[in-house]
Ligand binder design. Structure first.
Ligand code: AHR
Length: 500
């Protein structure tokens, strides 16, 4: 059976905020060290930043980059990470049982962003695990105050004359998680976040603040956590965070392929909770969503990997190697974010390099693209504009976790110049999916491109030995005639169909 939907310019979801294509750099494994920073690497610049990685980061099209964690931030002392690199202390990183050298710190992070280009924006997390209001204020003063105070002058003295101009701040990380250093109850965290937010706004009322939501929809405290935290912080913050990672459990690939069903319900449940608190407070303000950690992650393997560590520097950790199947699920997660662009105004792919990442590197060697690199780069490039409302009529398949799920998962974005890009995933592992899209009143006349990521081997991946084993390919036969788009979506595929 054919899967169908209709696009109409009158039916829209909302504008895509460029911050939807954010990512995340945590001091974890080799994300920073030998990932983005490797003095002595053949491509390293004077600051030790790998140019080969910078080029791939630009190609990926990332915008906001969250830093420095993650679980790492709950032990972070920002002052360890500034000043002459050779004077910085080595510290235990409790989150990842590693040794942090602080060779890369705040100033290097800002330099990295500036080298990516104007599209890159800082998104800085403050430590509300082992620290509180005072240290958050000190960091803000050091980073953002122009000059003339002890901490802003210290930054200038350290060589950064221009303030860093950090607007977007995360008030801690995953504070609902018992694994978090300094874990708190919702009441404790809500108070800490409110007081930190109030004080940070005293320095600068224009900062944009993200309160910690739940580390996942399956957390026992989910929804009540958000409600309690927002009761305390509603007038003081702008966004609440969501984190979600997906993997096939017990070999259940069919449910894994429908992971976006969970992601979409998570988003909708958080929106409902935010709006419920808004309604209770008779507030006209809307809290938006920062989906600031999302990805495919083989998380069930991670605990044992971390537990086996004996405080090494930059170990190989969480270096998942993504297959075509993973990339199709990943693409579907991107579609879920775009479908909720009216409320999800920040999202960060966790993470950027080496650690559950679209970009991999070898110390002293090359950098390459994982399969997940392509859906992200294509969505960031072509997914800018207004999201059109897509309601699919699709054949379904049975999943253990989510019941009947649509084989087709799709969204469409209309750019400023009137061109439209359809992003679509076929979740079927066995059959091509015929697609028909009725394009009412969009003034489109032809297909510019139909690109797909699919492979006869759904387990195919890119590796150091074969870095370009999987790349997107052109699909023939996709047509737009008399206002109807027709295409065949290959089994287990991510598709980008551009119309003009
Ligand atoms: O991204 C890896 C980890 O996942 C982060 O440090 C933490 O916030 C989450 O649990």
């Amino acid at each position: 059976r054919t899967a169908r939907f209709t696009l109409d310019p009158a039916f829209t979801v909302g504008e895509v905020n460029p911050r939807l294509f954010g990512s995340f750099v945590e001091h974890l494994g080799r994300c920073v060290y030998t990932g983005i920073h490797e003095p002595g690497h053949p491509t390293a610049d004077e600051a030790g930043l790998r140019q080969d990685v910078l080029e791939l980061v630009r190609e990926l099209g990332v915008t906001a980059i969250r830093y420095p964690g993650g679980n790492f931030v709950s032990g972070y002392k920002w002052e360890d990470s500034v000043g002459p690199a050779e004077d910085r202390p080595r510290r235990l990183d409790l989150a990842w049982r590693s040794t942090e050298t602080n060779r890369f710190g705040l100033s290097e992070y800002i330099a990295f962003l500036r080298k990516i280009g104007p599209q890159a924006e800082p998104m800085m997390a403050v430590n509300l695990g082992t620290r509180g209001v005072a240290e958050a204020l000190e960091l803000q003063e050091y980073a953002n105050h122009p000059a003339g105070t002890a901490l802003s002058d210290l930054r200038v003295h350290h060589g950064d004359k221009d303030p860093f101009g950090i607007r977007l701040w995360c008030l801690g990380n995953e504070m609902d998680g018992p694994w978090q250093t300094g874990h708190k109850t919702a009441e404790e965290y809500g108070r800490a976040a409110a007081e930190t937010a109030r004080a940070m706004r005293q320095i600068d009322p224009g900062v944009e603040l993200v309160a910690c939501g739940s580390s996942g929809q399956s957390m026992e405290t989910f929804a009540q956590w958000e409600a309690t935290v927002l009761e305390e912080t509603y007038d003081l913050v702008d966004l609440i965070s969501l984190h979600a990672y997906y993997e096939p459990l017990d070999g259940d690939v069919d449910s894994f392929l429908a992971s976006a069903v969970d992601m979409e319900s998570f988003i909708e449940n958080v929106v409902a909770t935010c709006d419920h608190i808004g309604a209770r407070r008779k507030s006209r303000k809307r809290i938006n969503l920062s989906f600031d950690e999302w990805n495919v992650w083989y998380l069930s393997r991670a605990d044992a990997q971390v537990a086996a560590l004996d405080w090494p520097e930059a170990p190989r950790l969480l270096e998942d190697n993504y297959s075509v199947t993973d990339a199709v699920v990943f693409g579907s997660l991107l579609i879920a974010l775009l479908r909720h662009a009216d409320r999800v105004t920040v999202a960060c792919l966790a993470q950027l390099v080496n650690v559950i990442a679209p970009i991999m590197t070898e110390p002293g060697g090359p950098a390459w693209r994982q399969t997940t690199f392509f859906p992200f780069a294509q969505a960031s490039k072509h997914g800018r504009g207004e999201v059109l409302d897509v309601r699919v009529d699709s054949p379904t398949y049975r999943t253990e976790k989510y019941g009947e799920a649509d084989l087709l998962h799709a969204t469409a974005v209309r750019a400023e110049d009137g061109t439209v890009t359809v992003f679509a995933v076929n979740r079927s592992r066995t059959g091509a999916l015929p697609l028909e899209v009725t394009l009412g009143g969009l003034g489109l006349t032809g297909v510019v491109e139909h690109s797909a990521l699919a492979d006869a081997d759904p387990d195919a991946r890119n590796t150091l030995a074969e870095p370009e084993r999987v790349v997107p390919h052109e699909v023939a036969g996709t047509a737009l005639r008399d206002g109807t788009l027709t295409a065949a979506l290959e089994p287990l595929s991510w598709n980008v169909i551009r119309l003009a």
